[in-house]
Design a protein around this ligand. Structure first.
Ligand code: NAD
Length: 245
């Protein structure tokens, strides 16, 4: 698919860039998205049984089995061409912040440095009572449900669960990046999860252009400046190659 010359020029002349990514960025690494396909994580499952504080209280073993499986899959995956292209693009602009809804750590493993993990990190453990960070599964590595060594409460994965608020410092950092960017590349997100789906409009209100990279239409497709229909692993490297030429 030919890339719009206007977009290439906009990325080329950008001083600051935001990449706002979702599960589709890691789809080419073999990690399932949440919605949209029969392989999606929630297909045949109810999120409230697996990713809520109530789920942890009701059936901590089930919650931990599921999250350990997600960790295993994320560790077995490798960063794909789209992750690598984001690292390349970031090196070409003065300031590039990647705000990711992904919790898989693949961007960092690809070498990305300025990453805001909007929904946390799958490999971090937190105390379910105090929310303080704990060394992953240090307490009882073989226990079905690990517990905090300080207070004995069950640990939980350091990801934002359904119905939970975004950490205020993380939200502020993300809004500040969107407020001061020249453009946003929105990659592989269905834009259905709030407040992440409002970040592009924060940037738009501040005068930035928005480009969406996604094989499917999303809730924001009609309000962006450029729609690039296709896989992130094809389109992002093509943008990086054109800029490098
Ligand atoms: P989503 O599942 O709602 O949407 C995924 C989007 O990616 C869809 O719009 C789909 O069309 C698009 N997509 C699929 N393959 C693509 C590809 N190759 N290239 C570009 N786009 C592609 O995911 P979301 O919008 O990120 O939001 C839901 C939540 O899912 C987030 O909270 C996130 O934390 C969580 N999540 C994370 C991971 C991960 O860390 N890898 C995986 C699944 C879900």
């Amino acid at each position: 698919m030919p890339l719009p010359a206007e977009l290439v020029n906009r990325v080329r002349s950008a001083n600051a860039l935001v990449v706002l990514s979702g599960a589709g960025l890691s789809a080419d690494s073999g990690l399932a998205t949440f919605r949209g396909t029969a392989r999606s994580l929630w297909h045949n499952r109810r999120p409230e049984e697996l990713a809520t504080p109530a789920a942890l209280a009701n059936d901590p073993e089930l919650v931990w089995r599921w999250h350990r499986e997600r960790r295993r899959l994320a560790l077995a995956a490798t960063p794909n061409r789209a992750h690598a292209a984001i690292v390349e693009l970031a090196a070409m602009v003065n300031r590039c912040v990647t705000i990711t809804q992904n919790v898989d750590g693949l961007l960092q493993r690809a070498g990305a440095t300025d990453v805001i993990e909007f929904h946390g990190n799958l490999f971090l453990d937190r105390c379910s009572r105090t929310n303080s960070e704990c060394v992953p599964e240090r307490a009882e590595p073989t226990a079905a449900v690990p517990h905090c060594t300080q207070c004995g409460a069950a640990l939980r994965p350091g990801v934002v669960w359904f119905g939970e608020m975004i950490d205020s410092a993380v939200l502020e950092h993300a809004v500040a990046a969107c407020d001061s960017t020249d453009g946003v590349l929105v990659v592989g997100t269905s834009a259905t999860v709030a407040p992440a789906n409002a970040l592009a409009s924060v940037a738009r209100r501040a005068g930035a252009w928005i480009a969406e990279i996604n094989p499917a239409e999303t809730t924001i497709s009609r309000s962006v400046d450029h729609v690039l229909r296709g896989q992130a692993g094809d389109i992002l490297p093509a943008i990086a190659d054109l800029l490098d030429a």
